[in-house]
Write a protein that binds this ligand. Structure first.
Ligand SMILES: NC(=O)c1ccc[n+]([C@@H]2O[C@H](COP(=O)([O-])OP(=O)(O)OC[C@H]3O[C@@H](n4cnc5c(N)ncnc54)[C@H](O)[C@@H]3O)[C@@H](O)[C@H]2O)c1
Length: 376
């Protein structure tokens, strides 16, 4: 495993793609400065994004080397760790270039790992040969304090054997992004890959099993219908129901609505086992759990918080915690695997791809089917 610490003990980061999420990573790393980390370089072809990142870094007293492409950043040799936070459709090429670069770089890649299963599989295969690199995938919802608390409750056995995992995301429409890349399935992988890979990752975690088949219904019903880019109307769905069956007999259900600003919570998660039920609410940051025996009167409610969080960002501190765990794996020099690995990234995309395909076909789609190259 590559040693990442320089003579002065610092770990030097580069960020590829400094739009909304890349700048959240930059700010997180600033809040981790007492752990001897620094951002030294960025790569982004969009000058306004470069400028915003440079201004932010200047306000931290950090100097950034600015590149317009990731290859120059890699060739500069300046970085030990690269955060990939460019648009989804760029992840594959960038990851393959990092993995094949002579200098080892540890990588934190934003979700989704890639936009197709075929590309994810190629990355997983290529990375397997680089035993000197760590790759963590940015599925950080597991670190949101109420979600992390619910994971702890479920793993502690409070609900028994998990049978049903229901995740409701009711929120605002997709935000406007640089060059509107997120308006088209070809760039994002489709809504159920792009954003819902987070929820499929959580379902798999709660179920403690592997997905077998997926059934979904969804459409573009309300949002983006009056938008046109280069003569094309967006094709990304804005609502869906998705059922996922797991190989231990448990099942998950996603209820996604992206025209639901009138909601108290953005995510509501319910995990029911054979003896009890647990729930998490974001952003209320509440966790509830109870047992069948104790009934409604026995339901306990907790406020979830994590005092390690120094910066909340747009994700309730979860991307800060993601950096903390990734840094500890990087510093462990191969003794510790990344908390969210490439296989997690691949499976979360595969479930999303199966769900998108199920909507098209109007029938169940097996995970085996999408793992075949044919469906990409
Ligand atoms: N984990 C999460 O919760 C979360 C939240 C939001 C976005 N994301 C992910 O982060 C990534 C970026 O999303 P965003 O919201 O910041 O988008 P954005 O449009 O705000 O920023 C993307 C930036 O990448 C730049 N870029 C485009 N092509 C590039 C290339 N080849 N090399 C380097 N930079 C390039 C763009 O110029 C832009 O500045 C996406 O993969 C997205 O899915 C993750």
């Amino acid at each position: 495993m590559a040693s990442v610490e320089n003579d002065d003990g610092t770990v030097k980061y580069g960020i590829v793609g400094v739009g909304m999420m890349g700048r959240e990573h930059l700010i997180n790393l600033y809040h981790l400065r007492s752990q001897n980390v620094g951002v030294v370089a960025i790569a982004d072809p969009h000058v306004p994004s470069q400028q915003l990142a440079v201004e932010l870094a200047q306000s931290f007293g950090w100097h950034l080397e600015v590149f317009s492409g990731h290859r120059e950043l890699l060739d500069s040799g300046l970085c030990d760790v690269v955060v990939v936070s460019s648009p989804n459709m760029t992840h594959y090429r960038i990851l393959m270039d990092i993995i094949s670069h002579p200098k080892p770089h540890h990588v934190l890649v934003e979700k989704p790992l890639c936009t197709t299963v075929a590309d994810c599989k190629k990355v997983v295969d290529a990375a397997r040969r680089r035993t000197d690199m760590l790759v963590q995938v940015g599925l950080e919802y597991r670190y949101m304090p109420p979600v992390a608390k619910l994971i702890e409750v479920v793993r502690g056995g409070a609900v028994g054997q998990v049978k049903m995992v229901a995740i409701r995301e009711h929120r605002f429409p997709f935000l406007v992004k640089v060059d509107n890349w997120n308006r088209f399935n070809a760039n994002t992988g489709g809504t159920l890959v792009e954003k819902c890979c987070h929820f499929f990752d959580l379902m798999k975690l709660f179920a403690g099993a592997n997905p077998v088949r997926v059934m979904a219904s969804g459409a573009i019903d309300v949002n983006h219908k009056d938008e046109v880019y280069d003569g094309k109307v967006p094709d990304i769905i804005d609502n869906a129901y998705v059922i996922v069956e797991f190989d231990n007999g448990s099942r998950g259900m996603l209820d996604l609505c992206m025209f639901a600003e009138g909601s108290k919570n953005e995510q509501e998660i319910s995990v029911v086992g054979d003896i009890g039920k647990g729930e998490a609410f974001v952003p209320e940051s509440l966790v509830r759990f109870g047992t069948r025996v104790a009934g409604r009167d026995g339901v306990q409610t907790l406020k979830a918080e994590d005092r390690r969080i120094k910066y909340d960002g747009l994700h309730h501190g979860s991307s800060y915690l993601e950096h903390l765990t990734f840094l500890s794996a990087v510093r462990a020099k191969g003794e510790k695997a990344p908390a969210v690995d490439l296989q997690d990234g691949l499976i979360s995309v595969a479930i999303g791809v199966a769900a998108q395909l199920s909507i098209e076909k109007g029938q169940f789609v097996t995970i085996q089917e999408v793992m075949d190259e044919h469906y990409g």
